[in-house]
Design a protein around this ligand. Structure first.
Ligand SMILES: [Ca+2]
Ligand SMILES: [Ca+2]
Ligand SMILES: [Ca+2]
Ligand SMILES: [Ca+2]
Length: 326
């Protein structure tokens, strides 16, 4: 599984990563007596974004997918998206560029610990090959998916052919954001042979520029290179509406306090956690968000219909569950 999401790292974690990076370099050079390591600084976010975007646009103009099969599915059709070049017999096919939708996502250079303090808009391209019959998850929800990840070259680096639950905040930012555009199915049916399937699932494709994926920090295995564009085909089965991963009574998506679609950078008690040395739990993973010793669940009110209210007993504008002194 190569999809681990990014989070803002503590100094301690950065130290560990640097140490690991140093070990990797040493391992790579272990047969060479005269170690002369040239450290290449990460490239500028805006430059890579422009390069990636041009490459994706070019791909979308010169490729098509088997949309005709999706429009009139043959009896034995497996509902898999197949990409191919527009050429020869296929020269009249409609290019992907005429069929994709886009979403714009601002990415901070801080996400990748880059020196320059910039925010660069990134374009995510996605295609809904089959619309699901259910609703759409948020980036804070657990979603039941099948997926296949490949590079623009067509090389598959990861896939899961059976449905698996994914808590989207743990995955790549562009992947979670892309999935939130798709609809899921509505019904699970059991087959006589003991297997089950989901009726009406969504099938889609998305193109992630590297700033919405691994950027300069790809996994060590799988064949993903620095700044690679990733393409995911997904089949969205079901999702858990208003997923509350830490079970503190507040849906994860509502623990994205700065509303930027990244749940790992909201951590109300960060300074206390860093000084205690007991780890770093962003609010969506923290049952006591202000670390005042009273669980978040005890500091909010949920009525019989599930509506949540946030008492602010000292009237300072900060609700109790985020206020260490009330
Ligand atoms: Ca929660
Ligand atoms: Ca916390
Ligand atoms: Ca929480
Ligand atoms: Ca409190």
């Amino acid at each position: 599984m190569y999809l681990a999401g990014f989070k803002r790292r503590s100094m301690k974690e950065k130290g560990v990563l640097l140490f690991i990076a140093a070990l990797s370099i040493l391992a790579a050079c272990s047969n060479d007596d005269s170690i002369n390591v040239e450290v290449v600084p990460p490239r500028a976010l805006a430059e890579v974004e422009a390069e990636n975007d041009a490459e994706i646009k070019d791909y979308l103009k010169t490729h098509y997918y088997n949309y005709e099969e999706f429009e009139n599915p043959p009896a034995d059709f497996n509902f898999k998206i197949v990409l191919d070049t527009i050429a020869g017999d296929a020269q009249d096919k409609i290019p992907l560029s005429d069929q994709v939708s886009i979403m714009t996502i601002p990415v901070s250079s801080e996400t990748f610990n880059l020196e320059d303090d910039v925010v660069v808009d990134h374009t995510l391209y996605y295609l809904e090959a089959r619309e699901g019959t259910g609703g759409s998850p948020t980036v804070g929800d657990s979603t039941l998916v099948k997926y296949e990840g490949q590079l623009l070259s067509g090389n598959v680096f990861d896939s899961n052919v059976t449905y698996t639950w994914q808590y989207l905040p743990f995955f790549l930012r562009g992947y979670a954001a892309g999935i939130s555009n798709f609809k899921v199915g509505t019904e699970v049916i059991s087959n006589p042979d003991g297997t089950s399937e989901i009726i009406g699932s969504g099938i889609g494709l998305m193109f992630l520029p590297s700033g919405l994926a691994y950027y300069n920090n790809p996994p060590l295995s799988g064949g993903i290179e620095l700044y690679d564009i990733l393409v995911f085909q997904v089949n969205t089965g079901l999702f858990e509406e208003a997923t509350d991963y830490d079970n503190d009574g507040i849906p994860s998506i509502m623990e994205d306090l700065n509303n930027n679609g990244i749940l790992s950078d909201d951590n109300t008690d960060e300074s206390v956690e860093l000084s205690s040395g007991f780890g770093f739990l962003p609010n969506h993973l923290d049952q006591d968000d202000d670390q005042d010793g009273t669980l978040t669940r005890e500091e909010i009110v949920i009525d019989n219909e599930g509506n949540i209210t946030f008492p602010d007993s000292d009237g300072d504008g900060t609700p109790d569950y985020l206020d260490a002194d009330s």
